[in-house]
Design a protein around this ligand. Sequence first.
Ligand SMILES: Nc1ncnc2c1ncn2[C@@H]1O[C@H](COP(=O)(O)OP(=O)(O)OP(=O)(O)O)[C@@H](O)[C@H]1O
Length: 295
Amino acid sequence: MKLTIKDLTKTYKNGVKAIDNLNLEIGTGMFGLLGPNGAGKSSLMRTIATLQSPDSGSIEFGDINVLDDKMALRKVLGYLPQSFGVYPKMSAEKLLDYFATLKGVKLKSDRAALVKEVLEITNLYDVRKKHVAGYSGGMKQRFGIAQLLLNNPKLIIVDEPTAGLDPAERHRFLNVLREVGTNCTVIFSTHIVDDVKELCNEMAILNGGRILQHTTPTEATSEIEGQIWTKIIERDDLETNEASYNVLSSNYNQDNTLNIRVHALEKPADDFISASPQLDDVYFIALKQDEPTLA
Ligand SMILES: Nc1ncnc2c1ncn2[C@@H]1O[C@H](COP(=O)(O)OP(=O)(O)OP(=O)(O)O)[C@@H](O)[C@H]1O
């Protein structure tokens, strides 16, 4: 099912325009919404999830008019917010069984089968007897996914789920999402470029409430093939280089020198060497092009 967002705008009471005339189409699979802090990712996700209303625009999911029929969307939605509640001292298995009861699954055996299934998908089956309150951050995030899977959602929205997870937990979480994303639409927001690179078949870069680029990771990197250049410089020379070249990023080497990456259609100077484009380059180019130019 396709999610279609048209001319969406949201200005908060304090005057911040968090969503600025945004248009986007999202199909089945993993969709990555990439943007820096304050780009408007949470605002957009909360709006799609019917938790807040936009000032204008429309959102459709399949044949559901999301803004007119919030209940219809909620029936097929699974939403994992950036941070979510405190859990009681109850085992994951019991808590999920309780949620399944609330959802109306009357037969104990049906609930047991459903709970087992979602625990297995989220890799929590082995720790099903442990209290959720004692789970690590990553396990809690996966439990959040288990909980929303009980509803068999068609649209899953996860807001910055990997923030604060250690690398191993992050990988486990991404693997779970990858599996879940095979048969529904998953929108996943992050400011971590690698999350999108590893997981998403489609992506959009968001900044200032606007979509700067809607693309696929492969297409985006191949478009800037031959335009990325690197050079090793002394730390103190960064400012000079920034003044002369379009420096996208700089990373320290062990000897305290810097490795800079520059975007240019042609080799900027003899001491640069060509580098293969990465998704980070795509992201930084998009953000730099969006910077207000000083008149
Ligand atoms: N309830 C609110 N009232 C007023 N301003 C808000 C509100 N929520 C968000 N904002 C502002 O709207 C802009 C977009 O915020 P939003 O949280 O949607 O961005 P984000 O991309 O999710 O960023 P982050 O990663 O920091 O959560 C920011 O300038 C933020 O300060």
